[in-house]
Design a protein around this ligand. Structure first.
Ligand code: PLP
Length: 397
């Protein structure tokens, strides 16, 4: 009988007991709304903001409803006007072009390179050709491009950098935390990210005016003094009546369960990387599989692994996915023209109008497979997973 892998790829770890207890206390108190505090009380949402700002090493943090919402607010808070162009990776998740569209921007897509980063040569070409003043850079699947080059290009062309750190919370480039390279960073605390509150987002910045606008947009009802890591009340004087409330706050329940996870974040990042390294060892032995090169300057947090099967055609890739799935190994394919589950190819975002021609991206995605590495797996599991992928791949030729 063929070996079968039995653990689910979508099973996350339980919320730490302290978070569950605190969540129950909050429910007993009835004060779930972040601005619903009694005399002398600081809300869980405000505490989370203070603690995450310390973790990230920045003065300001805003807790909000989702990562995609944080991206939308980041664009508005940095001054995007309707019709403005926004550079972004063609290889990313649907909430990124969605946030740009929602903010009134027009995405300008940048090709992906073989290591799943934005192609920086194409980025420069697109900066020159489009004149865009914003780059919403998605560190998709945790792959960090050369951030020194990215920052230099943004400076050279007067482009505001907004980092989508949905997959790089805790990752670093040359020792500096991902999220601290641009004007604003956005994080997601949706279930499959590095902190899990079901849904949720965090926005960080070092700029007081940007932060003040972000707080107003998030729906502060003029209660901005009840924030944990936000600028002084005077910062709001000039903008408070000119900044719409786009209602997208985080509530105290979510904040409480995130606060309980934050102290374990760095340790969990190491656990993800152990899984990744074990998966890498297993997959590297299989002929026909190409793994991305990870630069020494990148301290990644690999909560998933991507690899390419350059010699396989579309039908063969589909067969490989079906064969692996039948044996319990869940792979996702980024080349599919029809979006399935969480993956969608850029040319399926039809609301953006005619898709640009990005031959390099299409070619790379056509052979790109993706596998989650949940912390409910152990490093030893990777040998069996690699064995199954290897056997199914060998059967195709
Ligand atoms: C999950 C994700 C987001 C948005 O996060 P939500 O909290 O689900 O809105 C943004 N970008 C990428 C790359 C993501 O994977």
């Amino acid at each position: 009988m063929k070996a079968h892998f039995d653990k689910p790829f979508t099973q996350q770890e339980a919320i730490p007991e302290a978070g569950i207890e605190r969540a129950v206390e909050i429910m007993r108190s009835g004060r779930l709304h972040r601005y619903n505090v009694i005399e002398g009380e600081t809300s869980e949402a405000a505490l989370l903001e203070s603690e995450y700002a310390v973790y990230q090493g920045v003065p300001y943090c805003l807790a909000c409803a989702s990562g995609g919402y944080a991206l939308h607010v980041a664009l508005k808070a940095t001054g995007l006007k309707a019709g403005d162009k926004v550079l972004t990776n063609a290889f990313t998740l649907a909430p990124v072009p969605g946030a740009i569209h929602n903010a009134g921007g027009v995405p300008v897509l940048v090709e992906v390179d073989e290591n799943f980063c934005a192609d920086l040569e194409h980025l420069e070409t697109q900066m020159q050709a489009s004149g865009a003043r914003f780059f919403m850079m998605s560190h998709m699947r945790g792959h960090l491009a050369d951030m020194d080059k990215v920052v230099a290009l943004c400076e050279q062309y007067g482009v505001t950098l907004i980092e989508d750190c949905a997959h790089t919370m805790g990752a670093r480039w040359k020792g500096k935390l991902s999220g601290n390279f641009g004007a604003v960073a956005c994080f997601s605390t949706q279930t499959y990210k590095h902190l899990n509150s079901g849904e949720g987002g965090l926005l960080t910045t070092a700029d007081p005016d940007t932060m003040a606008r972000a707080v107003m947009h998030s729906g502060s009802y003029m209660l901005y003094e009840r924030h944990g890591a936000a600028p002084d009340a005077e910062t709001y004087n000039d903008i408070r009546l000119d900044t719409p409330n786009y209602s997208g706050r985080m509530d105290n329940l979510r904040a409480a369960i995130l606060r309980a996870q934050l102290p374990n974040l760095d340790e969990n990042c190491k656990r993800w990387n152990k899984l990744y390294k074990a998966a890498e060892v297993g997959l590297a032995k299989i002929s026909g599989i190409a793994l991305p090169v990870r630069p020494a300057a990148e301290s990644y947090v690999a909560s998933s692994i991507q690899f390419r099967t350059p010699s396989l055609g579309e039908q063969q890739i589909q067969s490989l996915i079906v064969g692996c799935a039948a044996r319990g190994v869940e792979l996702k394919w980024f080349g599919n023209a029809d979006p399935t589950g969480f993956t969608s190819r850029y040319d399926s975002w039809r609301y953006l109008g005619d898709a640009p021609e990005l031959p390099q991206t299409l070619k790379i995605l056509a052979s790109t497979l993706d596998m989650r590495l949940p912390l409910t797996f152990e490093a030893q599991d990777m040998a069996l997973i690699a064995e199954i992928i290897g056997e199914e791949l060998a059967q195709l030729s």
